[in-house]
Design a protein around this ligand. Structure first.
Ligand code: DC
Length: 221
């Protein structure tokens, strides 16, 4: 059976990683969470108190990789340290959104992402996968959901992690990130012309998964 590249793009907190992970598992493909890579760079910048573009000078000191866990999930390693427990906070997410428009940061991460896809058999999620990283991807999905629905999911996720979020703050953060992701000069989030849009506001996870598996099966035929 032919191996393909699946690009999964879309807004923050619309369930991209859950779907991409589940599809990778179904297909026996490698899953790559590119948001984690931007978060890894952001964590490094926060730890070293690097402001604005100062992080560019530190890129050669930042080594990112993924470690496959026994349960099939991947953990981000930053210079060999498992930083998975630290990169999912609002603070790191907000810093990631600030450093992700920087051209050198993107070039640094995109090159690594392209290398990871050389053998195909990969499901990669992010913002620019179908447009910049793999414009030749055989299947491009663009996931979306209403901002309120995404904010509620993010709120529940943060609560589940023991944080004490305020819903209005989470919604404001979602809207702010959408704006920044779609308006930045460098690789703004946009739908590739040949991407298939999946709005999951009203879909259960199972309904969505069935739909995506049928799209995948068509793509490998
Ligand atoms: O998907 P996420 O919330 O983990 O992403 C964190 C930040 O990184 C978010 O502001 C968007 C940015 N990002 C990006 O610019 N390009 C990607 N391919 C992935 C994430």
């Amino acid at each position: 059976m032919k191996k393909i590249i699946v690009a999964v793009d879309g807004y923050s907190s619309c369930g991209k990683s859950t779907i991409a992970k589940a599809l990778a598992k179904f297909a026996g493909y490698t899953y790559v969470d590119t948001g984690a890579m931007y978060r890894g760079v952001a964590l490094y910048a926060l730890r070293h108190q690097l402001e604005g573009e100062e992080v560019v000078g530190a890129l050669s000191d930042i080594h990112l990789s993924f470690a496959l866990q026994n349960d099939g999930s991947q953990h981000l390693l930053l210079n060999g340290e498992d930083v998975e427990p630290y990169i999912r906070t609002l603070e790191v997410g907000s810093k990631a959104s600030q450093i992700s428009p920087i051209h050198e940061v993107r070039a640094f991460l995109v090159a690594q992402q392209q290398e990871m896809g050389r053998q195909k058999g990969i499901v990669m999620d992010g913002r620019d996968i179908g447009t910049v990283v793999f414009p030749q991807a055989e299947l491009k999905l663009f996931l979306t959901a209403r901002p309120e629905v995404r904010a509620q999911r993010r709120f529940d996720e943060l609560k589940g992690k023991g944080e004490d979020p305020v819903f209005a703050d989470v919604l404001a953060d979602v809207n702010e990130r959408d704006y920044r992701d779609t308006h930045r000069a460098e690789s703004p989030l946009r739908q590739a012309e040949d991407a298939i849009v999946v709005d999951n506001s009203e879909l259960t996870r199972e309904e969505q998964m069935q739909h995506i598996i049928s799209l995948f099966q068509k793509a490998i035929d």
